[in-house]
Design a protein around this ligand. Structure first.
Ligand SMILES: NC(=O)c1ccc[n+]([C@@H]2O[C@H](COP(=O)([O-])OP(=O)(O)OC[C@H]3O[C@@H](n4cnc5c(N)ncnc54)[C@H](OP(=O)(O)O)[C@@H]3O)[C@@H](O)[C@H]2O)c1
Length: 301
């Protein structure tokens, strides 16, 4: 495999879905549910995982052939549940060819409502959950030197965005993590893909009150993911008309990035209306560790 030859795909191409054993973690709604329907229609065998077992069973009931589908309910934040599901799934189907990790949670938040209590549940699902799954999967993948792992992150992880002090960083970490995994696992024969969607109309984005540019349906997102996997892509991002603009923004120097992103999102107007936003911090104004120690909870928020 030559990494430098642009004609060589970075991953093995998945060209035949019939009979492929696919584990979808986060399959009960949105993109995961659409992937389940799309994969089952293409003849793949699909394991459906998420917390809501009743919803997963309804999706399973729609499979063209009951032998094609397995339900393994789990909470990705619970290591024991993830391990138990992994053992059961691998025993039942004697292995898994492709695992797609979609489980995530999202809460728009500004810095005024940012607390560790608000951040922890998001980090636990979006980040710790992925590590739980990796801990359960990697020993087998490394031993058998087979399989493919696709981690669903987000373009929100490319650079910092306003009102996204937790979700964005959790996805930035996944982007970095997936590259790290690729470098180590690909030489062993294991495929590793990073999926970075733009806006998709799902329960996750239903909370957004702003207009979402270039938004697509979960079905379109699912087909883009399968297309990217069939082309052997490392990063599968879509829709291109939105993600390419995000990629260009990500290349800008900080000053230009902040100016442009502030204007596009309207964040700069709010920022400039706050008094002293541009004042330099003088030594007298800067809080000292001592001052904070003496007055717990009284420091600047
Ligand atoms: N929608 C977008 O615009 C967009 C954009 C970029 C990236 N993404 C990413 O795409 C992925 C899928 O998102 P979506 O939009 O399809 O959202 P969604 O409809 O809310 O789906 C999220 C899935 O994660 C599962 N989940 C949540 N917490 C879980 C937990 N503790 N344990 C196990 N499963 C859990 C949910 O099932 P249960 O509630 O049944 O557990 C559900 O199946 C996410 O990684 C998201 O960050 C979405």
């Amino acid at each position: 495999m030559s990494l430098l030859n642009p004609l060589t795909p970075l991953n093995p191409r998945i060209l035949n879905w019939r009979g492929l054993r696919v584990w979808l973690v986060g399959a009960s709604s949105g993109i995961g549910e659409a992937l389940a329907h799309e994969l089952l229609a293409r003849g793949a065998r699909v394991v459906l995982s998420a917390r809501r077992e009743d919803v997963l069973r309804k999706i399973a009931d729609e499979a063209p052939d009951p032998q094609q589908v397995l339900v393994a309910a789990l909470d990705i934040t619970d290591m024991q549940q993830v391990l138990t599901a992994q053992r059961q799934v691998f025993e039942r189907w004697n292995g898994i060819d492709l695992t797609i990790v979609l489980a995530a949670t999202y809460q728009p938040m500004d810095t005024a409502s940012l607390t560790i209590e608000a951040a922890r549940p998001i980090l636990r699902v979006n980040l710790e959950g992925v590590y739980n799954l990796l801990a359960a999967l990697l020993p087998t993948l490394r031993r058998t030197r087979t399989g493919h792992l696709a981690i669903v992150s987000s373009v929100a992880g490319y650079r910092g965005l306003p009102r996204s002090p937790v979700y964005g960083p959790s996805k930035a970490a996944l982007n970095n993590l997936t590259e790290s995994l690729y470098l180590e696992l690909r030489p062993l024969g294991i495929g590793v893909s990073l999926v970075n969607p733009g806006f998709v109309q799902t329960p996750l984005t239903a909370l957004n009150e702003f207009p979402m540019p270039a938004i697509i349906t979960p079905g379109q997102a699912a087909r883009e993911i399968l297309r990217g996997l069939s082309l052997g892509r490392f990063e599968i991002h879509f829709p291109a008309r939105f993600t390419l603009a995000m990629k260009i923004l990500a290349l800008l120097p900080a000053r230009l990035y902040f100016w442009l992103t502030g204007r596009i999102t309207g964040a700069s107007e709010k920022q400039h209306s706050s008094p002293g936003a541009e004042d330099p911090i003088t030594p007298q104004q800067a809080p000292t560790a001592d001052a904070e120690d003496q007055q717990p909870g009284q420091g600047p928020r």
